[in-house]
Design a protein around this ligand. Structure first.
Ligand SMILES: Cc1cc2nc3c(=O)[nH]c(=O)nc-3n(C[C@H](O)[C@H](O)[C@H](O)COP(=O)(O)OP(=O)(O)OC[C@H]3O[C@@H](n4cnc5c(N)ncnc54)[C@H](O)[C@@H]3O)c2cc1C
Length: 405
């Protein structure tokens, strides 16, 4: 338990931890090998009420005072046992945040209660084959073909939860001539005509959750499925969603790092070389100390970011990017060092540690690569520097002129 948890935070943490240890950890290897959706785990998460942590009570959820922090705590606890299940869970928040931030009241009432109850799963379809980091470069089109209707054409790439999910939040170009209002989001359901699943990816890590291509072959949707009821808001809704969802990926990184640290510590106390436990060697201790310190620093940055979002503060883009990039870089570093502490055994599939290193890698890539997060942070810093005019007096005369980027 974190000593600063509120009673509500502690309740979610304990619920998630119990499921993580009793249900998830024992099944982790099985689903990593099978690369199949673990319905039995999803059912356990839904039964415990965990699918409604981030959804307000008025829309059938169980959100309390700090829904983003609670979401992060649950993702962290699940990921500590299995980061693949961490994303399997968190992707439902990613898919439903657009409805929460941009949906009409009617759309919220129609879609959110089923998601909160865990009866319907949801996926987020932004990326395409030729539009990853450059989310403005989407090609999937939604064409207005009637007074109240649209038809969606094209393919999305990397849809996490695709095939398992019932609802798909799909970002499509509605006005190719506009720069700022080019994109709109639509709510598509799996049984709609023209919707299908394409290639199912064979992945390095997070193998329990499906990642697929989704195909939209003239899927017809009414205005009631246009997010927010008016076109052109899609890019804004996508960015607002990512600000809220990135702490969740960061929490996945923290949980994965914590899980690796714990396994490495337990192993180090049991492995003997040169007649003594390797945990007695100072270079191993140094690795463990660094792993622990970085994991804790990452955790606190994630919680700080989540608390800002829960407090409704604006300008959270920068701290969300910092949390995502720092926690996921730490996750990669810590899991790599954990494999090092296991030595040759760590490289083997029958030991649990190499999976965590494979699972950690994706957190540096999805929901915006860590290069893109650094761009976001740098842009934010340069903008904030405009308020530092009092420092001009300390910059010598020869460097007073300010140049554009
Ligand atoms: C397993 C998995 C699950 C995913 N799940 C989803 C999902 O559910 N929904 C969804 O919409 N998307 C999803 N994605 C897509 C993911 O968000 C993208 O892969 C990611 O944004 C990067 O896009 P890209 O793969 O096209 O890489 P690219 O954009 O082609 O980037 C390639 C490299 O170039 C770098 N780069 C690109 N532009 C810049 C720049 N301006 N400055 C510096 N470096 C740059 C990148 O950092 C990266 O290192 C998923 C991806 C994977 C692999």
């Amino acid at each position: 338990m974190s000593r600063l948890d509120t009673p509500e935070n502690a309740r979610w943490r304990q619920t998630a931890r119990d499921i993580a240890e009793k249900v998830i950890r024992p099944l982790s290897k099985k689903y990593d090998e099978l690369q199949e959706y673990p319905w039995e785990i999803k059912d356990a998460l839904a039964e415990a009420g965990l699918m409604g942590v981030w959804i307000p009570k008025e829309y059938g959820g169980q959100a309390g005072e700090t829904p983003v922090l609670d979401l992060c705590i649950v993702v962290e606890e699940i990921s500590r046992a299995d980061p693949a299940i961490g994303v399997l869970y968190a992707v439902n928040a990613l898919g439903s945040f657009p409805i929460l931030v941009g949906g009409t009241d009617e759309q919220k009432k129609r879609f959110l209660p089923e998601i909160a109850a865990g009866r319907k799963l949801v996926a987020f379809c932004l990326s395409e084959k030729t539009a990853g980091s450059d989310a403005q470069g989407l090609k999937v089109r939604a064409i207005k073909d009637g007074e109240e209707t649209w038809s969606i054409h094209g393919e999305k790439k990397w849809t996490t939860n695709g095939g398992a999910a019932d609802i798909y939040t799909v970002f499509a170009v509605t006005d190719p001539t506009s720069r700022s209002r080019r994109i709109s989001a639509f709510l598509v359901e799996k049984d709609m005509e023209g919707f299908s699943i394409g290639k199912v990816e064979d992945k390095m890590g997070i193998r329990a959750v499906p990642v697929v291509e989704t195909v939209f072959d003239g899927v017809k949707v009414g205005n009631d499925r246009l997010l927010g009821g008016r076109p052109g808001m899609g890019f804004r809704h996508a960015m607002m969603t990512l600000d809220r969802a990135r702490p969740g990926v960061a929490a996945q990184g923290v949980g994965c790092a914590q899980g690796a640290l714990e396994l490495a510590t337990v192993y180090a106390m049991r492995r003997q070389q040169f007649g003594k436990s390797i945990s007695g060697f100072q270079m191993v201790q140094e690795m463990l100390a660094n792993m622990s310190t970085k994991t804790e620093a990452a955790r606190q940055l994630v919680y700080y970011c989540a608390r800002q979002l829960d407090a409704g503060l604006d300008n959270t883009t920068l701290v969300a990017a910092q949390a995502k990039l720092y926690a996921t870089d730490v996750s990669m570093e810590v899991t790599t060092d954990a494999v090092q502490i296991f030595g040759g055994y760590g490289y083997m599939r029958d030991y649990p540690i190499e999976k965590l290193m494979r699972d950690a890698k994706i957190t540096q890539i999805y929901e915006g690569t860590n290069q893109i997060q650094r761009l976001v942070v740098a842009r934010g810093l340069l903008k904030e520097a405009e308020n530092l005019t009092h420092l001009n007096a300390y910059i010598p005369e020869e460097h007073q002129e300010v140049y554009e980027e």
